[in-house]
Design a protein around this ligand. Structure first.
Ligand code: ADP
Length: 634
């Protein structure tokens, strides 16, 4: 080291989250240490993508004509590996910013206390990948020397042993890009072998679109000689004909793209030239939660135009409800000078979006028809997205409804029914498709609204996801049959003659009871009246016919803090024992405090089964009072 650079060397501390990550890396017995190479090559490939994109509009860059490539150089004798690229490079600030902190949103909070929790490296990788720092699984010492593409910037060196600090010093490097010199640990000398590196590249980085060269020193007849060859296949998988691609290649590619350790549930390989040129490879993961942050914060597809990466997470290429789809889209119909901002307004994007979403929906339909078990898994993970699509995408609604699955009063909580199956097994006199909204399958199964349907063997769909109410407010019919909420006050159902008319409370007693209930509940109910439908339950709440947003009420209760309990009609079952006894008590002892308490509790029960009770704990005191009265009579 010369006097000059020694003076300029400064030592900087890593940010806390980096130290926490380095600590996990140092203490993990990670059998797949080889992934460090994938991470470094992937960084180089990003840097090459970025300079390629920059040069579309800017020719004033260092080494304008340099080949865009990654080079791996091994020095077996000194246990050293050098990875270099002609990418965008980093200046001093960028080195500090990028290699002294972790930019990934959410990484910091994840790493906070990760060690105490015993978080494994696998978990870290699942959350946000390990990136550059994974090099410390194999390195004893690392020096990164980089020269930014900007002509005015200087080259700088970053050096670290993976402890709490790193050093920065000015460097001598005239060519654009980044060079990483890795002094391997004693037990990591396998990575100074050309054969081993080639094997790793083939496994993890084969589809990187820039050439990856391997440079080795070979002894020949006492002379040492340098050999250089390309070790990756480079062919973008999405540009290949699907016939030539093995199932395993799709899985590998998906894993490289998504950091998901599990194979995808489905892949969709789309190659078309009309109405737009499109080369696309999309995947549906096996699980919705592939990591706390990854799925939510960084969804979107990788967008290429003529093999140049334009954007990493583009959200315009698929409708929002398909945001769980991962993949790559490449189109020659996007102008190369399209900026990340103007992608949005490009008319071809609209066509691409339509072509992609139609195809994804079609593939899901064939999965549903061809592999029930797999589709079931899909539905359990991603069904709510399909429902969101039914509600939000009118143009695809008719194809999306075929993907819907429901539990119903006939399937129970294990099986599912489609709308097509439902309509097929409807009786001839049934004109509508009935559904009940509620909290979960178990509680809707007990809903008093089902009394009539149970008694008459009519199937009712159970809608128990919060989003269901939103869906039904946008989906009004299927194949000419309207969808009908069973809590509708105006519901027209064929009246069945009942034998046991004698079991009814006498009209005058019933009228007196209705008067008392109205008086007690006041403005909390729109009306109190006799029910024509209840069989096993004493009462229920129905929605006034003009209550247009009632399907949304459950969703609103979850989302709005000041949600007002909606005012509904209370229907009483004149045949039910509880109603009969209550009417009788009114005749015998109209002063009894049990009357109002029972009315209140009946009302509270009805709110509870509707899933709109604002404060269930309110009931406890009253129930205890009623219980006390009940046991005192025993
Ligand atoms: P990630 O790649 O997930 O952002 P890393 O820790 O691997 O996280 O890298 C941090 C940042 O360092 C990158 O986002 C990039 O800006 C920069 N970087 C890493 N390697 C290179 C490289 N070879 N050339 C240019 N920039 C790089």
């Amino acid at each position: 080291m010369t006097q000059e650079t020694a003076q300029a060397t400064e030592s900087l501390e890593y940010r806390t989250e980096v130290r926490q990550l380095l600590d996990i890396l140092a203490h993990s017995l990670y059998t797949e240490r080889e992934i460090f190479l994938r991470e470094l090559i992937s960084n180089s490939s990003d840097a090459l993508n970025r300079i390629q994109f920059e040069m579309l509009t800017n020719s004033d860059v260092v080494d304008h004509d340099a080949e865009l490539a990654v080079t791996l150089r091994v020095d077996r004798e000194n246990r050293r590996l050098v990875i270099s690229d002609s990418g965008i490079g980093m200046n001093r600030e960028e080195l500090v910013q990028n290699l002294g902190t972790i930019a990934h949103s959410g990484a910091r909070s994840f790493l906070q206390g990760a060690k105490e929790r015993g978080a494994s490296l696998d978990e870290v990788i699942g959350q946000f990948g390990v990136g550059f720092y994974s090099v410390f699984m194999v390195a004893q010492e690392v020096t990164v020397t980089s020269r930014s593409y900007r002509p005015d910037d200087q080259a700088w060196s970053w050096h670290s042993t993976g402890e709490s600090a790193y050093e920065l010093s000015p460097a001598d490097k005239s060519s654009r890009g980044t060079e990483i010199v890795i002094q391997l640990k004693d037990d990591a000398d396998e990575f100074a072998s050309g054969w081993r590196l080639e094997q790793i590249v083939k496994k993890h980085s084969d589809y990187v679109s820039f050439p990856i060269y391997l440079v080795e020193e070979k002894e020949r007849e006492g002379e040492s000689e340098e050999t250089r060859r390309m070790v990756n296949r480079r062919t973008a998988l999405w540009r290949q004909s699907p016939q030539g691609v093995e199932a395993e290649q799709y899985v590998d590619f998906y894993k490289q793209l998504s950091y998901d350790a599990e194979a995808p549930l489905l892949h969709v390989h789309l190659i078309t030239d009309a109405p737009v040129n499109l080369r696309s490879l999309l995947f549906i993961p096996s699980r919705r939660d592939r990591g706390l942050m990854s799925a939510q914060s960084e969804h979107g597809l990788h967008l290429y135009s003529r093999k140049i990466l334009i954007q990493n997470h583009n959200r315009e290429l698929l409708p929002d409800y398909l945001r769980f789809v991962v993949g790559v889209v490449d189109s020659e119909d996007l102008p190369l000078n399209v900026s990340r901002e103007t992608v949005q307004s490009n008319p071809n994007i609209r066509q691409i979006r339509r072509a992609l979403s139609n195809r994804v929906i079609r593939e899901l339909k064939s999965l549903a028809d061809g592999d029930r078990e797999k589709y079931r898994r899909f539905w359990q993970e991603f069904g709510i997205f399909v429902k969101e699509g039914v509600a939000s995408d009118p143009t695809s609604q008719s194809s999306l409804v075929e993907l819907l699955r429901f539990h119903s009063s006939k399937t129970g909580p294990e099986e599912w029914v489609t709308l097509a199956q439902y309509t097929e097994r409807m009786g001839v006199e049934q004109e509508q498709i009935y559904y009940v909204l509620g909290e979960d399958v178990k509680s809707v199964a007990r809903s008093p609204h089902l009394d009539y349907f149970r008694a008459n063997n009519i199937e009712v769909l159970y809608l128990v996801d919060p989003i269901d109410g939103y869906m039904t407010s946008m989906l009004r019919e299927y194949e000419g049959k309207s969808l009908q909420n069973v809590d509708d006050a105006g519901l027209k159902l064929p009246e069945k003659e009942r034998e046991d008319a004698a079991g009814k409370v006498a009209q005058t007693d019933f009228d007196a009871l209705v008067g008392r209930v109205k008086q007690r509940l006041g403005e909390r109910v729109a009306d109190v009246r006799e029910s024509k439908q209840l069989v096993d339950n004493p009462c229920r709440l129905v929605s006034p016919e003009n209550e247009f947003d009632r399907d949304m009420q459950r969703l609103r209760r979850l989302m709005e803090q000041d949600f007002q309990t909606p005012v509904k009609i209370l229907e009483l079952n004149r045949r039910h024992g509880l109603v009969r006894n209550l009417a009788a008590l009114m005749q015998n002892d109209s002063e009894s405090r049990l009357i109002d308490a029972t009315i209140e509790q009946l009302f509270a029960n009805a709110l509870l089964v509707e899933g709109i009770h604002p404060n269930p704990a309110e009931m406890v005191e009253r129930i205890q009072m009623l219980m006390e009265a009940a046991v005192s009579g025993v």
